[in-house]
Ligand binder design. Sequence first.
Ligand SMILES: C[S@@+](CC[C@H](N)C(=O)[O-])C[C@H]1O[C@@H](n2cnc3c(N)ncnc32)[C@H](O)[C@@H]1O
Length: 227
Amino acid sequence: MIICIGAGPGDLDYLPQGSARLIREADVVAGFDAVVNLVRPLIAPEAEIVTMGYRDQVAKLDTVAAAHHAGQRCVVVFMGDIHFSGFQYLERVERACGHPVETRPGISSAQVLASKARVCFDETTFITFHRRGDLEPFKQHLVHALADTRNAIIIPRPWDFMPRDIAAWLLDQGVPATQPVEVWEHLTGAEAQWQGQLADCRQEFSDMSIMLIRSLAPMPSQIEPTP
Ligand SMILES: C[S@@+](CC[C@H](N)C(=O)[O-])C[C@H]1O[C@@H](n2cnc3c(N)ncnc32)[C@H](O)[C@@H]1O
């Protein structure tokens, strides 16, 4: 058995009970160091832990796939939710295993941000730049989403397309300098928040940051008028 689990944004209060149970019962728990460290209190003492980084992930996932094929219960933990900025890692897991694997959604940093900043998913576009490959289609999508007066929740790419690079690039594309921006760091942990306008977003943030660009023309309420 092998199952990929979204481990949530950091605080284990945000991990579903079923996912916590699967981690407790696993023979092998694997993932990037920082994510495995989040769930470490749940891992059985006799379980094997396989941590990895960007450089050795392919080789380490081969080890996990071998354990899975040998009949061990394996769990691969993902940061936040698998379905936001996690699909390239999922693809690597499936390539190592040679078949599609089961997934369990987790609570994304984007959901926590939406809750903190009170933005509605319906009116918001989610974009990640934290991925390998050509960012250009995602950059263009962001410009179009903002032009469509949608909010945007954005995961930056450490360290070459961070919030200040994103802001500078958007200004170059003619996005209004007054567009409201928030950057939230370490959500559910040692949280910090910066708020300002696009033109003011020039400072450095950590790699655990997520950006919200609010629409300049928020949608009016469409519920019935108050009696
Ligand atoms: C590879 S992406 C994975 C995102 C994850 N799948 C999710 O749903 O949140 C990793 C990036 O997500 C953002 N991130 C994840 N957890 C965060 C948190 N607790 N607070 C702020 N940003 C976070 C950071 O930008 C981090 O570098």
